[in-house]
Design a protein around this ligand. Structure first.
Ligand code: MN
Length: 274
């Protein structure tokens, strides 16, 4: 599709949205979901592919309920630079209204349960084929959105697709992820952006969009306490929780620094050799 449509629709003298430059990503493919309070509130779901962001407008937003089939209208490709865009598109311009980075992270196609997070070329090939077929299956590693999802085209012609959560350990019927309404890039809500509140500096500190979206630089940790199992009276299911079995053995924290791996036990003993 290219970025011609994206350029055509916008006057870069007037909008604060980024003009396409020559950004290139490496490593895992990225995704972003922008909450956009235009004439109608919607969520723009964008998957990186071939140097652009393939984009769908989802009026009802994503849902962790596998029964929810939410309309996703495919719109024009957006430039990679758009993934970090947050702000106000001025009145009179295309898409006028507030935009926040509602979620971001990496993704991989996951057909047959095969992940391609570290094989960009094959991942893109698979995504291209999926786009042609009108059926995409992918695994999201976002701050809010996780697990396996699918986008299915409703008819051969037209731009209407459906966004659905696959049944997996991340699925959570009855939960409402849209209640988590703050930007993962700035901590702000759409209302905060409208009121021109500044980004939360704790969230934004040195955020480098070239790195993993949403990642925050921090000093290299000397020790990390692993999570421990805790007792509960009965099993439960709750949004935001993933339950895993507690197996016997050692909890190991792997430190990777300057290409060197150190394995530390829970008590901080170096067990790399063992
Ligand atoms: Mn939009």
């Amino acid at each position: 599709m290219g970025l011609e449509k994206y350029r055509e629709k916008r006057d870069f003298q007037r909008t604060s949205e980024p003009p396409p430059r020559a950004e290139v990503n490496k490593g895992s493919l990225t995704f972003v979901v922008q909450k956009h309070h235009a004439r109608q509130l919607h969520y723009d779901f964008r998957l990186e592919l071939d140097g652009v962001l393939k984009s769908w407008s989802v009026p009802k937003g994503p849902s962790f309920d596998p029964e929810a089939k939410h309309l996703a209208v495919m719109v024009e490709d957006h430039p990679l630079e758009y993934a970090t865009f947050e702000g106000i598109i001025p009145k009179g311009e295309y898409g006028a209204g507030e935009v926040i980075v509602w979620d971001s992270g990496t993704y991989s196609p996951d057909e047959g349960g095969r992940f391609l997070f570290s094989d960009r070329a094959t991942a893109e090939e698979q995504m291209r084929r999926g786009l042609e077929k009108g059926k995409l299956s992918f695994f999201l590693r976002g701050r809010k959105l996780k697990g396996s999802w699918t986008l299915v085209k409703m008819q051969k012609r037209g731009n209407d697709w459906l966004l659905m959560k696959h049944r997996d350990d991340y699925a959570s019927p009855g939960s409402d992820i849209l209640k988590e309404e703050q930007s993962v890039a700035s901590g702000r809500t759409v209302e905060d952006v409208r009121a021109k509140r500044l980004p939360d500096t704790a969230v934004v500190t040195q955020l480098n969009p070239k790195q993993v979206p949403g990642a925050r630089p921090a000093p290299f940790p000397s020790a990390i306490a692993p999570m421990l199992a805790s007792l509960a009276k009965s099993p439960f299911s709750h949004p935001g929780w993933i339950v895993e079995p507690k197996r016997d053995g050692y909890r190991i924290i792997a430190h990777i620094r300057d290409g060197n791996v150190t394995l530390l036990s829970r008590r901080g003993n170096n067990v790399t050799e063992q």
